[in-house]
Design a protein around this ligand. Structure first.
Ligand SMILES: [Zn+2]
Length: 342
């Protein structure tokens, strides 16, 4: 009897492992912009997508990275273990992306998939770590000196080289799961956070919409699919990098409000969906959209989230970027047609 139970348990574990390793790759997200790798020209701004909400903006003189999340711990480690920045993986990704020096790494909020690696990225690239007081405590926990930390002012431009950054406090996506909502939202990291730590130790801190001005060009990065009423009124973006993760779990009222408070408020010509890939999968050339286990258990479905966006923005260009490749921003705005139609 004991043996049968043992075999049963082993079978169950094997089936779980199989499920986790079997990830779906949604066709919809492979319709991204096809680009040859262009040579970056001085004075021309380009953007490079490195998964989740990690985006490099550079003009060859000033370079700014949002989040810089590369470690991507696996699902079992997230649920049952502790997590920590993996310096070898961070170095591999920085090298592959061709990132040497950075002026700033900006954490859009302090959850692990945004801020966990940012202190190491800052150390390896000589960047300032910019983020909330919670992000600063993640930096301190990784032994970054206070001289490398900057908590930005709200609602007023901060000049970083050739870029002007404006931080607007906004709301995070409201986890439908009450336990996660309580653990991960409306709280902050009040002491240096020394890794390894539990996933839920990376508390939200302030969640920002980041506005990036470059000459006359206006861009916005919305890292999480949440909104606060009126937070973005009066602001404008030509190009919106739009966090869509979780929209598929929200009802029509929520999706309409998110559309109204973020996209309609900023009124962009072009939307680039971000936060749609599987954050538990190693960053490779081929993006994976979802972990099948998470999809089955929680109903996560980025394809459905993207459809929410497409159906509400049929007059705007929607372009998904490939991983790793630098794309001149002017190509997004003027050159490229939408990848998607309803
Ligand atoms: Zn988050």
């Amino acid at each position: 009897m004991y043996k049968v139970m043992l075999y049963f348990a082993a079978g169950l574990v094997a089936a779980m492992l199989l499920l986790v390793s079997c990830r779906t790759s949604e066709k919809l997200f492979t319709q991204y912009l096809a680009v040859e790798t262009p040579t970056a020209r001085m004075g021309e701004i380009w953007v490079q997508f490195l998964g989740n909400t990690t985006l490099l903006f550079s003009d060859g003189e000033t370079a700014i990275l949002t989040d810089g999340f590369f470690t991507r711990p696996g699902m079992f480690q997230l649920l049952f273990g502790k997590i920590a920045p993996d310096s070898a993986e961070i170095t591999r990704c920085l090298n592959k992306a061709g990132i040497g020096q950075l002026n700033a790494v900006v954490a859009l909020h302090s959850h692990f998939d945004h801020a966990m690696d940012a202190p190491l990225v800052a150390r390896f690239t000589g960047a300032k770590l910019i983020g909330s007081t919670s992000t600063a405590n993640i930096g301190r926990g990784c032994n970054l000196p206070d001289s490398a930390l900057l908590v930005p002012p709200l609602n007023q431009p901060l000049q970083i080289g050739n870029f002007k950054l404006t931080f607007i406090k906004n709301n995070h996506w409201p986890y439908p799961n009450a336990r996660l909502r309580k653990q991960l939202l409306n709280n902050s990291i009040n002491n240096p956070l020394i890794p390894p730590a539990n996933m839920e130790d990376y508390k939200e801190g302030d969640t920002y919409t980041l506005l990036i001005d470059y000459d006359t060009l206006k861009m916005a990065v919305q890292g999480s699919a949440g909104f606060a009423k009126g937070a973005l009124s009066g602001y404008r973006a030509n190009l919106l990098f739009w966090g869509i993760g979780g929209l598929e779990l929200m009802d029509d009222t929520y999706n309409n409000d998110y559309q109204h408070e973020v996209t309609d408020a900023l009124n962009p010509d072009v939307i680039v969906p971000v936060h749609w890939d599987d954050i538990t999968a190693r960053l490779t050339d081929r993006p994976k959209t979802v972990n099948l286990l998470v999809s089955l258990l929680q109903g996560i479905n980025p394809q459905k989230a993207l459809k929410q966006v497409v159906k509400r923005n049929n007059k705007r260009k929607i372009i998904t970027l490939p991983f790793w490749k630098p794309v001149p921003v002017h190509r997004l705005i003027s050159g490229q047609k939408s990848n998607y139609t309803e």
